[in-house]
Every structure is written in structure tokens, then in C-alpha cells.
Design a protein around this ligand. Sequence first.
Ligand code: TA6
Length: 280
Amino acid sequence: MKKIEVISLVLDDSNRVEINLHGSTITSWISNKEERLFVSEKAIFDNKKAIRGGIPIVFPQFGPWDNNRPQHGFARTKKWKIKDEIKKTSQEVSVSLSLSDDEDTRKLWNYSFELIFEIRLTLNSLKNTLTVINKDSSDFDFTCLLHTYFKLPDIENFRIHDLKTAHFIDKVENGLEKVEQEDSIKIASEVDRVYTNCSKNHRLEISNKTQIILEKTNFPDTVLWNPWIEKATKMADFGSEEYKIMVCVEPGYVSKRLALKSNETFSASQKLTIFFFKFV
Ligand code: TA6
């Protein structure tokens, strides 16, 4: 019997989500018949590498990890299990997946844990909740993030709002600390920024017809990333022109580590709500 690798949440003919068990990566969000998430044409689906696009989960380490451990941790490269079967009403469809420690994760990070990722789709929204349960007898700490790749018709027309006055670490300038001056941020070169303790909501202008409101709960930081031309050509699993049709806006707990006591639980979520504008 063929094993299920991809789960589909189907609300109706125009609204659906696909989740790959590899990393519990949401690889497609169709809202009002259109794809809203970017997945590279060169993404590798070998059940080893992280999928280049969609919503990979970063845990227990954001960014490079010492002692040759994998960048962005292991949650995005492990096979997750179905925790709660698909539930469907006329308004909403949802599922929960989980990942627990095993021999591989313990070699990298020697703790007992459970991660639960809940995905909820409604007519105009997608909500993702990440729960971390410390099942160890010791306390542990970690960073985590939802590495959300949005699909764009054209980066020229993309704008992100609600970051003015936020402090950020500019990774393109060797981690220089800056304060955002812009009301409406446009991307026209490589961007790799960690906005720390910033606004809970961001308005994303995807095109002149579509906006997405990103609402964060318990994710104090927001990462903004576009590799632009030079970096794009250096990534084996990313098309050299694809920087024009994507942007990552990533809610996370990354600028400091989150300490979780034995038997404690932490939950954080992002809710993406889509708005359409009709011009008459
Ligand atoms: O979240 C932004 C970032 O950490 C960038 O620094 C960047 O290079 C990117 O994620 C992609 O990382 P990856 O390990 O998926 O190639």
C-alpha cells in the first residue's frame, strides 16, 4: 500500500491546502482559486532536504547551528505524523501533525519533546499554530519560526506595512542594528532582516488586487527575506529569476531563545487573512 506523504485539506472547489509530511511543510494554499504560496520550480522532494518554499518549520534553531548541526534545525527535514485526523465543517477544515524526539533528533539536541502543528483553513484565511511540549525531565531552550514563502505576481508591486520604528538586525550588513524608517517597505535588492519585538500584525500588499493581513500570536519577531539576483543564482534549489515572484515574511521567536521548563508547553501562531479589491 502506498504511504500517504501529502495531506489535502479541501474546503470547496476554490479553497484548499496541501501539507507534505516531510517537515509538515504546507506546500500549497489555494484561496479563491489562486495559489498564494511560493514553491520553487527547482525545489527538491527527496524527503531529505528542506522543501524550498511553502511554510517550512524552523525548530529548535533559527539560522546557523554550532557543531555542524543543520541550519534552521531539524523540524523541516523530519517526517511528521498525523496527530488528529482531518475535521471538516462547512466553514472550516483542519488537521494536526506531530513530531517527537527520536534517535536522530537526540543526536542533534538531546531532549524529549513533542511538536504539534495545527493547520486551519477557512474561506479567506489560513491559520498555523505551532505548539512545543517539553517532555524532558530537564528545562530546554530554543528558537522557532514559520518560514512562510509568499507567491507574488511581481516583487515590484509588493509592499509590507506596520514595521515603521521597529528595530531590526540587518543580516545583509553583517548584523548591523537599525531602526525602520519606512511606512511602506518595497524590496529592490537583497533583504535579510530580523525585526525584533515588532508589531503583531503586518499588512502585505501582494498586488494591486490582493492584500494579506498576517496576525501573529506569541511570535515577537518577523523576518523579511528575499535573496535577490546574486544569492538566487547560488542556490541549487531556487530558479535564478524566481526572486521576482516571492518574498518570505516569517513570524518567529528568534532574537532571543525561549526557555521552556520541564512539562511546560508553548504555543504560537500566524493567521493569514486575504482581502480582494475590485476596481470599477
Ligand atoms: O529566514 C531567512 C534566512 O535565514 C536567510 O538568512 C536565508 O538564507 C534563508 O533563511 C534560507 O535558508 P535556507 O537554510 O532555507 O537556505
